[in-house]
Design a protein around this ligand. Structure first.
Ligand SMILES: C[S@@+](CC[C@H](N)C(=O)[O-])C[C@H]1O[C@@H](n2cnc3c(N)ncnc32)[C@H](O)[C@@H]1O
Length: 360
């Protein structure tokens, strides 16, 4: 029974990983990073070269972006492999479904038909001007041969398997890679990921990705997927314009932490010098020169920054008795209605330059 469950879990995980990014979403995000690509090697390491729109985007914009090299590897058993352009048309492969790597160093109108398309890319593989070869292993991003390719690359760009997001991010960070990757918004709350956002090692890109293609070719909508990067982008230096003045009635204080609750990012007061709990949409507009991120008010991460450390066991027990969803690491305040409120997903921040004297 246990093994059946394990197999089902593995299948569920694999299914969760099989959705593919549309070219329009890649184009929409990449235009903010253009300057970073000049003379660089880009690696797409969860991407079947003839199926992935990441490969398509970078190979067809290879000259425009001034890339030095594009490397692309695919994973054994990807259900969409070989659907569009049969590899057997291009190279002699040993076994069917063996993963392979594509290495692009030159892109031009090889067919001479006056335009650049995937037919040219195929011909450039055939002629040996670019390389398409089998991998030795299964194409796992953490396999030695894929890590060696990552070490050679400057920037990793892809939509990695969501089920392996923690491991994937840890790999990028440990190899000190620049990256632009797609991930679930909830991943910002993982105890392995949040500290990277707080410490300024990772931040959020520009867009949400709302639709993906699933293996049967249809579109599936997602509500909370966005881009993670560590490449410098303009919005990280733009100050949020704050228009609300602090007054104690509008901003309740938490019972279990010395901070006020701000119900909307747009309501962050310009003149409050202390700690504030803000919704996690804040991460999308975060400018580290304007604000300091202190922590995440959630479970163990909340307790780490001192949530509920001001309360006795008895006080915690009384809060729990009154509101069963009280958690020590999460914020709670008493509203003007006299009831306990437990705001969801608060990031604890501090304004580095509160405008205390704005009206004077
Ligand atoms: C979310 S899909 C995205 C595919 C492609 N990057 C795109 O955006 O269209 C994730 C891909 O990673 C592949 N994959 C799963 N586990 C992997 C691993 N350990 N190493 C490399 N790729 C993996 C899956 O087969 C799947 O094709």
């Amino acid at each position: 029974m246990a093994s059946k469950n394990t197999a089902l879990n593995a299948a569920a995980k694999a299914k969760q990983d099989e959705f593919y990014t549309q070219l329009s979403d890649i184009e929409k995000e990449m235009r903010y990073y253009r300057k970073h690509f000049k003379s660089k090697t880009v690696f797409c390491n969860c991407d079947d070269p003839f199926e992935s729109n990441f490969f398509k985007f970078f190979v067809l914009n290879f000259n425009k972006l001034g890339l030095k090299k594009l490397i692309c590897t695919c994973y054994a058993g990807s259900p969409i492999a070989n659907q569009q352009l049969s590899l057997f048309d291009v190279i002699e492969l040993g076994e069917e479904n063996k993963p392979y790597k594509a290495i692009i160093t030159t892109v031009y109108d090889k067919t001479g038909d006056g335009m650049l398309d995937m037919e040219d890319i195929k011909e450039l593989f055939r002629s040996g001007e670019n390389e398409l070869t089998e991998l030795e292993g299964d194409g796992d991003f953490s396999s030695p041969e894929c890590l060696a390719l990552m070490d050679e690359a400057d920037i990793v760009v892809t939509n990695p398997p969501f089920s392996l997001f923690r491991k994937y991010m840890a790999t990028l960070i440990s190899r000190k890679k620049s990256f632009i990757i797609i991930g679930n918004q909830n991943a910002a709350h993982y105890k392995e990921i949040f500290p990277l956002l707080r410490e300024g090692k990772v931040w959020l890109g520009y867009n949400h990705v709302k639709e993906f293609i699933i293996p049967d070719g249809t579109i599936k909508k997602f509500g909370n997927v966005l881009w993670y990067t560590n490449l410098d982008i303009k919005k990280r230096h733009e100050e949020m314009i704050l228009v609300k003045k602090y007054c104690s009635e509008d901003y309740p204080k938490y019972i279990n932490y010395d901070a006020i609750d701000v119900n909307k990012v747009a309501n962050i007061p310009y003149d409050y010098p202390g700690k504030m709990g803000v919704p996690d949409g804040f991460l999308e507009t975060y400018n580290p020169s304007q604000f300091e991120i202190i922590g995440l008010a959630e479970s163990s991460l909340g307790q780490e920054i001192g949530f509920s450390s001001n309360l006795t066991e008895e006080e915690c027990a009384a809060l729990f008795k009154e509101n069963k969803s009280f958690r020590r690491g999460n914020p709670i305040y008493r509203g003007i209605d006299g009831k306990l409120h437990k705001p969801f997903a608060r990031i604890i921040i501090r304004n580095k330059h509160p405008e205390i004297n704005k009206e004077k």
